[in-house]
Ligand binder design. Sequence first.
Ligand code: SF4
Length: 455
Amino acid sequence: MIIDEKEILRLIEDREEPEREELLAILGKAQGLGGIVPHEVVRLLNVTEPEHLSLVYERADRVKRKVFGDRVVLFAPLYLSNHCVNSCRYCGFRSPNRELPRRRLDEKEVVEEARTLEGMGFKRLLLVVGEDPEAGVDYLVKAIRAIHRETGIRIVHLNAPPMEVEALRELKRAGYGVFQVFQETYHRPTYKQMHPKGPKSDYIRRLTVMDRAIEAGFDDVGIGALLGLYDYRFDVLATVMHSIYLFRSYGTHAHTISIPRMRPARGAVLTEQRLTRYGVTDQELKKIAAIYRLSVPTAGVVVSTREGASLRRELLKAGASQMSAASRTDPGGYRQGGKTLEQFSTDDKRGLVEVMLDVIEEGRLPSLCATCYRVGRVGRRFTSITSQGLMKGFCQANAIITLREYMLEAELDGLKETFENALKRALEEIKEERVREYVLKKLKELEEGRRDLYL
Ligand code: SF4
């Protein structure tokens, strides 16, 4: 069983705030990088006392640093099409939305968008597509092949509708990294209400897609619930249970867990009252990020530009480890913005360099790394290395190398010293002489013009 809905409903009946001693015991256990179990997740969901909340955030940050070091990986989404046959009530791309000018990028436009993002400094992209019959496997295979053939983008992940094994196998063969599908909500009655028509109305087909993706050869999968569609306590616990199921069944946890929060979308049909009924506050979102970190320590906790700059900074202090930046949620938006509408409004409109500066000012290290997928540190192996705390050395080294590479290509104007100091600090934090020597050698090779170096 992927998730046990009855058990979830039983567990979340518990609303009692844990005593400090019990809380410290759960947080102490989580430091072992083995995660925590569902009833302990509920105990953390019940934390509301400010002092206790600070403990939860601080310990989640400690786990994040044990697993991935100081680095925060940055990437950008690339929307391919806003055609969709589904009618999700919260989405601007829903098929009944006749107001929306529809657009599907052709191969040349996909490459132009990818080149624009590469020009900004990105090396890692997430392609996003709805249920568009004209943007199926062949289209997606052509898209990634064109990106790899004509740009220097190093890894391409995919957020796409559920598919059958054979189709997923073709996508894996074409070179996609992480296959990402959000369940939106694991609460079946709400799922039914929110997805009245179209292929997406099939709850089980969506819930079981990661089994098919792993059978098809995807080592790394990304999950998440759209927070605010239903009671977040239910969906957070279900998301953790889903990852535990993947670990028990395939030896690998979810590679990423995203925390998208409901946003107003032009053309959606949710009333303001329904939009806010299960609304998740900023403090609750920060707690959710921390709980995902403590429950599934090896997963990337991913923050999008749905959230504003100040909250994104806060989420970095609570275990978040990946962020999108400079995002457009309309197909063709990076080169020809405004031709159609965005899927949802983003709240952080800053460019990559501003977000990198923020990460540095938070005492962390912006990273454009795309290594593990290309050197086989994936799936079971990735989960094994990270859960032993052995990944952070790679992350630190690759963050330094990719940041230097970015600095050699970007116009940093008056920011150069800030970036140099961040690099210097990060180099000093590498304790192993051998690793520091390797990184210094790679930095020298970058100065000499080499590119795409990693550990
Ligand atoms: S080394 Fe691996 S885990 Fe670390 S940032 Fe790079 S790809 Fe991610």
